[in-house]
Design a protein around this ligand. Structure first.
Ligand code: C5P
Length: 232
């Protein structure tokens, strides 16, 4: 089966509040490169990549354009302005995708340790089913809380997974999901939840804890350690 053209959307418009610095997380450097560049370099190795769209804040648009031209001189690339929520940032990027694209991958700028083989597994499963999400099995027991922090439910851990990115979908399906979310003003904490709302089939692909999201100061320390140990 011939590979479908893949478009990559990278939301990179977060403020970096939780890391406590002025520079947004994707623009912090590890091993001499920005976290955004490290994430983009992983996807450069994925067959079938046809276009790349990065959603970022106004102040970082020019530097992101330079970066995209450097990494992907042969591809169509765009930089768009991000929105208030991650979902708004992705919506703006989705509007740029060309009709030739069969699959759309969304990957957080701040997950530079994703393994290329895991991205490829996710592409294959998404092409087959409609959607695929990299995920890891829940390590801890997860509790559901009520308004007074009382535990109201303890779901069976065997069925619980932590969703990561990339999350990859048929282009028509993610477009439908985002149109539906806009129409009914639905906000989800990931892309899959929006696709699930329109009845799309999304499967889990078991990935690795190394594909963690650099969110808090401790994550940055771990990222620096992993980079020094040759994990990039
Ligand atoms: O804040 P969160 O951990 O969900 O961020 C995940 C990714 O989404 C990050 O790469 C961040 O830059 C991006 N994001 C965005 N627009 C927002 C919020 C987050 O592009 N409004």
């Amino acid at each position: 089966m011939e590979k479908q053209q893949l478009a990559l959307i990278i939301p990179a418009a977060g403020s970096g509040e939780r890391l406590g610095g002025d520079v947004p997380k994707p623009y912090l450097k590890i091993a001499g490169k920005t976290i955004l560049e490290l994430s983009l370099l992983k996807f450069k190795q994925v067959p079938g990549l046809g276009e790349v769209i990065v959603s970022t804040s106004k102040n970082f648009m020019a530097q992101t354009e330079v970066l995209l031209n450097k990494i992907f001189p042969e591809l169509k690339t765009y930089v768009v302005e991000g929105g208030k929520e991650r979902q708004d940032s992705i919506r703006n990027a989705l509007n740029k995708i060309s009709g030739k694209t069969g699959l759309v991958a969304v990957h957080d700028a701040v997950r530079p340790f994703v393994a290329v083989v895991d991205i490829e597994k996710c592409v294959d499963e998404a092409a087959r089913w409609g959607g695929a999400v990299l995920a890891t099995r829940a390590k801890d027991t997860i509790k559901v809380s009520g308004p007074d922090l009382e535990i109201v439910q303890t779901p069976n851990r065997k069925n619980l997974w932590q969703a990561q990115t990339p999350q990859i979908f048929w282009a028509a399906l993610i477009r439908e999901a985002y149109d539906n979310a806009e129409k009914y003003n639905i906000y989800g904490s990931d892309d899959s939840s929006l696709v699930e709302q329109v009845g799309g089939k999304v499967v889990l692909v078991e990935g690795s804890d190394k594909n963690f999201k650099i969110t808090y100061p401790l994550d940055l320390k771990i990222a620096e350690y992993l980079a020094k140990s040759g994990e990039l």
